[in-house]
Design a protein around this ligand. Structure first.
Ligand code: AMP
Ligand code: GLY
Length: 416
C-alpha cells in the first residue's frame, strides 16, 4: 500500500516513522515533508494547499491512502476534495473540521449532544463582550478566540482588567486576525488535564492510549502557553473516568456526527479536564496532537496502517490496538525566543547515534551541507520509551543533554 502523509512537523515525522514500520507499506510519500522526513519518505515540492497538485501526485504515484496531519488542510477541505475524486483519505470532512476551526461550533455541538463541557456564552462584538464582562461577578473566567490560533487563543483571566485586555487583543487588535472576530466566554474549570484521541470511521471508535501534554513554556506550568513542550503516554486514569470518556464523550460525539450528518473518518482529539464533577471537554481537535503523537506512536505495538486504512474505508468496527506496555516521555526542545519570536538558523549538534528506545522527531529543522539547523519555534522532540515513567524520563533527558543548539530551551519536568 502506498501512503501519502500531508504535513511537515514533528507529528508527521512520528506518523511517518510509525507507518514506515508497517509490513503492508509500499512507498511512503510526504507533502511538503521536511529534511528529516525525507529520510523516510519521498517529499515532492508541492504545497499542502495545492489540492490539484496533490491529486495529480496521488494518481501518478498510485497512492492508496492519504493521511492528513495538520488542521489547516482539514479546515480547507482537502479530504472532501480528494474523497470526491475517489482517493481514500484519513482525515475528517470540512464540516467535521469546524469542531476545531470554530470554538463556537464545537461548544454548540457539545451542548446539542450532551457532551460534558464548561458553560459558555458566545460574544459577537467587542461591545457585547464588554457588557457581558461588566455583568460578570465570577473570576477567573476564560476567554477564547473563536477561530484557529495555533493553540494560543485562550486566556484564563484572573480579573475584569485581564478579561477586557483579552477582548481588546482578540477582537480589536485582532492579534489572531479573523479568528478573533467572535469570542467565547467560558466557565473556569479545575483539575488535571489529559488528551484523549480516538481513531474513527464515523461509526466506531478505537481509543488510543491516554496522554498528557505540557502546554506552558517553563517548569511547574509557568510562563506563556505554547503549542506543547512535551508529553507522556500512557497516563493511567481511574476506570470511572475512562467509562465517562467512552460513553459521554466519544459515544455521544459519534452519535452527534450521525445525527448531524457530518462525515468523519480520521482522528478526534478531546482535550479533557478531570474536574471534581468528572471529565469535561476543553476543546476538540480534528487531528493528532503535537507533541502527544510523538509520545503515543512509540508505545503502539500494532501496525497502525491497517487501522488508518480501515477508518478511511469505513470498516473500523471490531479492531483493537496492542500497546508495548512501556511508557514514553517526549521532551520538546524549542528555539530561543519561542513562543513570541523564535530565533532560527542555529546549527544543531548531537542528533545521531541515539540508544535503543530513543527517537528524535524533528518539528522545525532544515538541513544544509549534511547538518541540521533550527528553522522553527519548536525544533525537535526527544521521545524515550522505558518500563516506567521515571526510567523513560531519565532516558529522554540523558539524550536531550547530548543535543545542542544555541538558545535551546526545554522543560525539566515533562512526565512528572
Ligand atoms: P484549549 O486550547 O481550549 O484547550 O485551551 C488551552 C488551555 O487553556 C487548556 O489546556 C487549559 O489549560 C486552559 N483552559 C481552557 N479552557 C479552560 C476552562 N474552561 N477552564 C480552565 N482552563 C481552561
Ligand atoms: N498538544 C496540543 C495540540 O496538539 O493541540
Amino acid at each position: 500500500m502506498n501512503v501519502l502523509i500531508i504535513g511537515s512537523g514533528g507529528r508527521e515525522h512520528a506518523l511517518a516513522w510509525k507507518i514506515k514500520q508497517s509490513p503492508v507499506l509500499g512507498k511512503l510519500h510526504c507533502i511538503p515533508g521536511s529534511a528529516a522526513i525525507a529520510g523516510l519518505a519521498s517529499c515532492p515540492e508541492i504545497r499542502q494547499d495545492d489540492h490539484d497538485g496533490i491529486y495529480g501526485y496521488c494518481l501518478a504515484n498510485a497512492v492508496d491512502l492519504v493521511v492528513v496531519g495538520p488542521e489547516a488542510p482539514l479546515a480547507k477541505g482537502l479530504p472532501d476534495f480528494l474523497a470526491a475524486k475517489g482517493i481514500k483519505v484519513f482525515g475528517p470532512s470540512q464540516r467535521g473540521a469546524m469542531l476545531e476551526a470554530s470554538k463556537q461550533f464545537a461548544k454548540e455541538f457539545m451542548r446539542r449532544n450532551d457532551i460534558p463541557t464548561a458553560d459558555f456564552t458566545p460574544l459577537y462584538s467587542a461591545a457585547a463582550a464588554r457588557e457581558r464582562i461588566a455583568a460578570n461577578r465570577r473570576y477567573p473566567v476564560v476567554i477564547k478566540a473563536d477561530g484557529l490560533a495555533a493553540g494560543k487563543g485562550v486566556r484564563v483571566c484572573a480579573d475584569e482588567a485581564e478579561a477586557l485586555a483579552a477582548v481588546e487583543d482578540f477582537m480589536e487588535k485582532r492579534i489572531f486576525g479573523g479568528s478573533g472576530s467572535k469570542v467565547i466566554m467560558e466557565e473556569f474549570l479545575t483539575g488535571p488535564e489529559v488528551s484523549v484521541m480516538a481513531l474513527t470511521d464515523g461509526e466506531s471508535a478505537m481509543l488510543l492510549p491516554v496522554s498528557r501534554d505540557h502546554k506552558r513554556l517553563k517548569d511547574g506550568d509557568k510562563g506563556p502557553n505554547t503549542g506543547g513542550m512535551g508529553a507522556i503516554c500512557p497516563v493511567p486514569l481511574p476506570e470511572e473516568d475512562m467509562e465517562t470518556i467512552r460513553t459521554a464523550v466519544i459515544r455521544r460525539f459519534l452519535d452527534g456526527l450521525k445525527r448531524e450528518r457530518i462525515p468523519y473518518r480520521g482522528v478526534i482529539y478531546a482535550g479533557l479536564m478531570l474536574t471534581p464533577d468528572g471529565p469535561k471537554v476543553l476543546e476538540f481537535n480534528v487531528r493528532f496532537g503535537d507533541p502527544e503523537t510523538q509520545a503515543i506512536m512509540p508505545v503502539i505495538k500494532s501496525d497502525l496502517l491497517p487501522a488508518l486504512c480501515a477508518c478511511a474505508e469505513g470498516r473500523l468496527a471490531g479492531r483493537e490496538l496492542d500497546l508495548t506496555g512501556e511508557t514514553c516521555v517526549a521532551v520538546v526542545a524549542a528555539a530561543a525566543g519561542y513562543p513570541e519570536s523564535p530565533v532560527t538558523g542555529r546549527p544543531i549538534t548531537g542528533l545521531y547515534d541515539q540508544p535503543a528506545g530513543v527517537q528524535v522527531f524533528h518539528s522545525g529543522t532544515s538541513s544544509k551541507d549534511g547538518g541540521y539547523f533550527t528553522s522553527g519555534g519548536r525544533v525537535l522532540c526527544v521521545s524515550a520509551c522505558a518500563a516506567d515513567a521515571a526510567l523513560a524520563r531519565g532516558k529522554a533527558y540523558e539524550a536531550m543533554r547530548g543535543i545542542r543548539f544555541e538558545g535551546m530551551q526545554y522543560r525539566g519536568d515533562i512526565g512528572l
